[in-house]
Design a protein around this ligand. Structure first.
Ligand code: SAM
Length: 294
């Protein structure tokens, strides 16, 4: 097929697998480049052909060939799609919503296609996690995308124990029938005081984004049955810095510097290195040097 570049005219190229992001609700959240690719692809491999057909129909696109690639047939469908590439045809991969292979099928196909020597080109676009992070208002520059927690309560709690100390925002996908138990378990494992942002039905009619303490999240959700309908992204603040470890590190740094420098200088330098407060380190330095009676 013709490969769309960033410019207006597509250009001929080697058979390619395009990984095409589609909307997460609002059908207008599709890129012009994604539409070009879907229009020109020789084969579209869709997680659910009915869902992708809705998008294609909306934009008046007639798929040349549409087939299903989902988690249950990905392994055996990949060779079929590689055969299409071998025959000089290009393939577009879509999932039901958002970015394929992002908590969705696709990674196995991508791997197999690259192994077979064909280019894999991402066509970026909608993604529920990115949309939720962008509108969360939580400041952390780092986040960990976890995706779906285990459905079984015991496994979910175990997974959350392992996330307790992660020092950056945690991003989860959650289904409506599990969202209340999920936030209850989050509060039990991570404590009541961290902030949570509950992003529901993003880009859709009943979109809502609510921020509260983890301890109050289950109650807020349960207060109105409409609040537990639809699709969810949950974003939870990361673990607070370990104060004891920080203090111990500051003290160790100060002790080393005190072997070589006067109290004032050692405290100032230790504060610069560790980020601890200069005055606190000065007092500590006096104690260390003179047993507190200087
Ligand atoms: N590939 C998708 C993406 O790029 O975001 C995610 C697919 S995953 C199977 C589906 C989950 O994503 C939903 O259960 C929900 O947690 C989240 N999700 C998808 N669309 C959403 C939306 N419009 N609002 C909130 N969460 C959404």
């Amino acid at each position: 097929m013709e490969r769309a570049t960033g410019h207006e005219q597509p250009q001929e190229t080697k058979p390619t697998l395009y990984v095409v992001a589609t909307p997460i609700g609002n059908l207008r959240d599709v890129t012009l480049r994604a539409l070009d690719i879907l229009r020109h692809a020789d084969v579209i491999a869709a997680e659910d052909t009915r869902v992708t057909s809705r998008l294609l129909n909306h934009y008046g696109i007639d798929a040349k060939k549409l087939l299903a690639l989902h988690e249950h047939n990905e392994q055996r469908t990949a060779p079929r799609l590689i055969a299409e590439l071998d025959a000089g045809r290009s393939v577009a991969l879509t999932s039901d919503a958002g970015t394929p292979a992002f908590s969705d099928p696709g990674a196995r196909l991508v791997h197999a296609v690259r192994e077979a020597g064909y280019p894999v080109v991402p066509i970026p676009g909608a993604n529920a996690a990115a949309a939720a992070v962008s509108a969360s208002g939580l400041f952390d520059p780092h986040f960990m995308f976890y995706g779906f927690l285990p459905a079984r309560p015991s496994e979910r709690r175990k997974a959350l124990e392992g996330l307790k100390a992660v020092p950056c925002m945690l991003v989860f996908y959650e289904a409506p029938h599990r969202v209340v138990e999920a936030v209850e378990d989050l509060a039990a494992a991570l404590g009541d005081t961290r902030r949570i942002v509950i992003a529901r039905e993003l880009t859709k009619l009943f979109e809502s984004i609510h921020e509260c303490d983890l301890g109050g999240a289950a109650e807020w959700l349960s207060a109105n049955p409409d609040r537990i309908k639809g699709e969810f992204v949950l974003i939870v603040e990361g673990a607070p810095p370990d104060q004891d470890a920080q203090a111990a590190q500051a003290q160790r740094t100060l002790e080393v510097l005190l072997e070589e420098l006067p109290v004032k200088q050692a405290a100032a330098l230790a504060a610069k290195i560790t980020g601890a407060r200069k005055n606190d380190l000065y007092k500590l330095a006096l104690e260390l040097k003179h047993g507190g009676d200087a």
